[in-house]
Design a protein around this ligand. Structure first.
Ligand code: DQA
Length: 137
């Protein structure tokens, strides 16, 4: 089973960025624990700060992979292009957020991904990704 985690802008700063919200661990470290926990899966990881690159990766994986776990970060709340890409593909997408976006500023309550996601998991810290993987199993 081929599953890709796609992370959006500023998520390359996990471990350094607002640790009170996003924790102390880098995503690269966490990704290693995910690979160890789910050895039966082919887990892939892509991060970009650039909207078009995220759209490109969604298109690339979106007709052949078994699942996409997408944390589009701030683009979640702004990007019609990423929302349209999620709608265009056949691979199911689970939208993930580390923080509970509904307990934060109002602009984070809007998502262009959710209407076309298979499901949404948010607020469980990095464990949100683990739960998303389990949802595919
Ligand atoms: C985030 C929540 C977004 O509102 C924010 O812009 C992020 C990270 C999260 O994982 O909690 O960068 O997607």
């Amino acid at each position: 089973m081929n599953i890709i985690i796609i992370n959006g802008p500023n998520l390359n700063l996990l471990g350094k960025r607002e640790p009170e919200i996003y924790g102390n661990q880098t995503f690269e470290d966490y990704f290693e624990t995910l690979k160890q926990k789910f050895p039966q899966l082919k887990l892939h990881y892509f991060q970009s700060n650039i909207e078009g690159e995220i759209i490109g990766k969604i298109q690339e994986a979106g007709f052949s992979f078994d699942g996409i776990i997408l944390n589009a970060a701030a683009y979640t709340h702004t990007s019609i292009g990423i929302g349209d890409a999620v709608k265009a593909i056949t691979t199911p997408v689970i939208e993930v957020h580390i923080s509970n976006t509904f307990s934060r500023e109002e602009f984070r309550h809007q998502s262009y991904i959710s209407p076309n996601a298979k499901g949404v998991i948010l607020g469980f810290g990095l464990q949100s990704y683990d739960l998303a993987i389990q949802s595919f199993l």
